[in-house]
Ligand binder design. Sequence first.
Ligand code: KG4
Ligand code: ZN
Length: 352
Amino acid sequence: MNYFSRMQEKFASLKDKKEVIILSIESSCDETSVAVVKNGREVLSNIIASQIEIHRRFGGVVPEVASRNHITAISSIFEEALSEAGIKKEDIDAVAVTYGAGLIGALFVGINFAKALAYSLEVSLIAVNHVYGHISANYISHPGLIPPFVCLMVSGGHTALLRVDDYNKMKMLGTTVDDAAGEAFDKVARVLGLPYPGGPEIDRLAKEGEVKYIFTISKALKNTLNFSFSGVKTEVVNLVHNKTQRGEEVDKADIACSFQEAVTDELATKAIKACKREELKKLVVAGGVGANSRLKEKLEFLCKENNIEFYSPVLKYCTDNAAMIGSCAYFMLKDGLGLAPLSLTAKPNLDL
Ligand code: KG4
Ligand code: ZN
């Protein structure tokens, strides 16, 4: 029997296995992370080496620098993940890895490590879509959460509303027609001279300001579940430039607060609209922008008002981490999905 046929057999046998231990790897951007996840919801370890400090001086992620740092970090992060989980290599049932979307060089570091590990241990290699991983972060934080629900996906690269009917069955209800919410946060932060990554900085600064400016969100999409954030982003950029040219003070906190109000209003309103339209009583938020305190506040309030259950991952699982990839892989293998050959390659533009 050839290698892949053996893997197919092993993969199929995991479906009915009572205890499945997945070693998962995430390296799509500037976090090198390795986790050990049991049965999709129990995190035995989740080690994250963040490169934020390294990229901060460049004002954003430099892809080549990210790849090199993943290479330096990954072996020791892997050893740490095993040791913290208290398991041996031989206990691993499958290796899961993010294969897209993300930075191509960064993805390849994780993929190649995962391939070598899976091959040497003779265990299945599972390819995971990073964005679906973000949704799974909620299965870790909320052991009782099961589909169906509406998911508001708000990361640096994606902004979408999804109807999640089952772990591996979902439908897009709406998406951004231009920038992702996280992209807008990062761009506005940059123009305000805040350090990378911008989202958490705006979140923090907004608390010191008030809504002084009314930024407009595209009216053309009012009756849809689609989003547009490039207009509001451009309004902020123009406001800051005009103030600077006129020699006026740039009231950063008020601008941050006004921008955040506009974006989070739009996200929260449409998320509730989606729940009503789909007649679903559960709303789940996923992705880095899901860490935004004002967005969570609004979603919590609106969900309560509309008798909808609200779920968001605990902060450490909101932004990039390998545990969410291990969780996602578990629910994929239970449905017989995701087994990858050793020719697996990175998909930088992988979509939902
Ligand atoms: O999901 P994520 O960690 O990576 C991607 O898959 O893209 O999301 C990163 C994005 C960045 O744009 C970052 O600025 C944003 O999430 N972010 C936040 C907050 N924390 C992270 N945006 C707003 N408020 C936050 N507290
Ligand atoms: Zn992410």
